[in-house]
Design a protein around this ligand. Structure first.
Ligand SMILES: [Cu+2]
Length: 199
């Protein structure tokens, strides 16, 4: 019968960290250690499950690009920016952030449809945030930031820069027009991989 409360060491803590077995840790402290470890385990678990089953990853999957020569790159050359539909029917939106705007200035996208945004910066660190969606990412020079999102309702959505990028930062915003799925027509643009014809 070991019901006396004179055993100060917690079983689980001294089992987990035998080298701490001689340290006195208060019962209440042990409970809070357990609570904080459980919280960390919960958050790591949620992140892991999201990454594995929902495909949620950090926006920049370490895809690099030379920010100084975006205009010469095939993908982010001026002609190739904006909304495109690839061979599999996925809608890809390519945009460039630069002091102090997002380019192209205006795009139309369909509502209730997954849209893959690919962002690059032409100069310094920018961010992009669209309120009421999950779109919020840093746009780090030298890296491509990719986010897939969808807009539940038609309307004009603001596009804000949320990383301080210079004196014009607070003017750095624009709009995306989201139109009803049935009214949207895919833009007829040349294939995304072309794009050097104007050189
Ligand atoms: Cu900015």
């Amino acid at each position: 019968m070991h019901t006396e409360p004179t055993k100060p060491k917690s079983q689980w803590l001294s089992k987990l960290f035998p080298q701490w077995a001689h340290i006195h840790i208060d019962q209440l402290e042990q409970k809070w250690i357990a609570v904080s470890l459980a919280a960390v385990a919960l958050f790591v678990g949620v992140i892991t499950l999201d990454a594995l089953f929902h495909g949620i990853n950090p926006p920049s999957k370490v895809e690099t690009i030379d920010s100084a020569s975006l205009h010469l790159s095939k993908e982010f050359a001026e002609d190739n920016l904006g909304v495109q539909v690839d061979g599999q029917g996925n809608i890809i939106v390519r945009m460039v952030a630069g002091r102090y705007s997002f380019f192209p200035k205006h795009i139309d996208v369909p509502a209730e449809t997954p849209l893959t945004f690919r962002w690059v910066s032409m100069d310094v660190l920018h961010g992009v945030h669209i309120p009421m969606t999950n779109m919020s990412t840093m746009i780090v020079p030298g890296y491509v930031a990719e986010i897939t999102t969808s807009f539940p309702k038609p309307g004009d959505y603001p596009l804000l820069c949320n990383e301080y990028c210079g004196l014009g930062h607070n003017h750095m915003w624009s709009n995306i027009s989201v139109i009803a799925k049935e009214n949207w027509t895919a833009p007829t643009k040349p294939a995304a991989t072309g794009g050097t014809s104007h050189e």
